[in-house]
Design a protein around this ligand. Structure first.
Ligand code: ATP
Length: 270
């Protein structure tokens, strides 16, 4: 099936409760929720609400989840697109998609726009790995910059963008009034992995004896997405064996399976 280029939904279901760990990042985005809820309070003394923030970190660490939670907590619509969607586009299409997206968000403001994999359009000129035409990528990037400069401080649309390569981005994106804030979303430490297990075990029927500290110790280097995977795999493994609840060994088997998958992808496990 063909992926939609962007979709709009009032995602009131994702909240900060769904995001485990990431305390620092959550604190920073909480401020954005406040801006969306009470713009007048913040602009009353002449201050300008930021237009954009960059979520920086490795794959699967919860950047998309966090952006959705911001929209969910502020109860505003969530518009998203992915930089990789532009890879196969004809000249002019990317720019017009960006224009449409911003128009829709402005019409429905307050709103969040989320741009995943912004590096696919926002790479610095000359360092291009984009498989489509370079002109097209630059047109799309220029349109994005134009849109961000164009909306006034009273528009109340905040753009969150995600990347795992902030170093390759065109510096023009980071200029004041654009993505001038960077929020780091790192791989979870042992305590955060335990919290992520807690979140993803909520829908799973587990044996009572499950030791989450033990599971957290067994999963160094795992991202939140990897842990979500482990929980799901464990439930499937146990179900295949016609068990009544998911037990420790099912989780260990799932961890092994995920590690096997990660090694195939050439990720480094410590
Ligand atoms: P990518 O860079 O690959 O797009 P991402 O950082 O945007 O990754 P998400 O898509 O947000 O990562 O994470 C994928 C899934 O992993 C989430 O939907 C969630 O189920 C789980 N997950 C990741 N991080 C966390 C977290 N901190 N707490 C709870 N679940 C998490």
């Amino acid at each position: 099936s063909k992926a939609k280029l962007f979709d709009e939904k009032t995602d009131t279901r994702t909240s900060f409760k769904d995001v485990a760990g990431l305390e620092g990042a959550k604190e920073e985005v909480e401020e954005i929720v406040e801006f969306l809820r009470n713009p007048d309070k913040y602009t009353s003394l002449g201050g300008k609400i930021p237009k954009g923030a960059l979520l920086v970190g490795p794959p699967g660490t919860g950047k998309t989840l966090l952006a959705k939670a911001v929209a969910g907590e502020a109860k505003v619509p969530f518009f998203s697109l992915s930089g990789s969607d532009f890879v196969e586009m004809f000249v002019g299409v990317g720019a017009s998609r960006v224009r449409d997206l911003f128009k829709q968000a402005k019409d429905k403001s307050p709103a969040i726009i989320f741009i995943d994999e912004i590096d696919a359009i926002g790479r610095a000129r000359g360092k291009n790995n984009f498989t489509g035409s370079n002109d097209e990528r630059e047109n799309t990037l220029n349109q994005l910059l134009t849109e961000m400069d164009g909306f006034g401080t009273n528009t109340n649309v905040i753009v969150l963008a995600a990347t795992n390569r902030a170093d390759v981005l065109d510096k023009a994106l980071m200029r004041a009034g654009r993505f001038d804030r960077q929020i780091y979303v790192d791989l979870p430490d042992i305590r955060e992995r335990k919290e992520i297990f807690e979140v993803h075990l909520r829908p799973i029927k587990t044996a009572e004896t499950l030791d989450l500290d033990f599971l957290a110790r067994q999963t160094p280097g795992f991202s939140g997405a990897d842990i979500a995977n482990v929980c799901n795999e464990a439930a499937l493994i146990a179900a295949r064996k016609e068990k009544k609840a998911v037990g420790k060994q099912d989780f260990l088997d799932a961890v092994d399976r995920i590690i096997g998958g990660l090694e195939k992808k050439n990720k480094i496990i410590t």
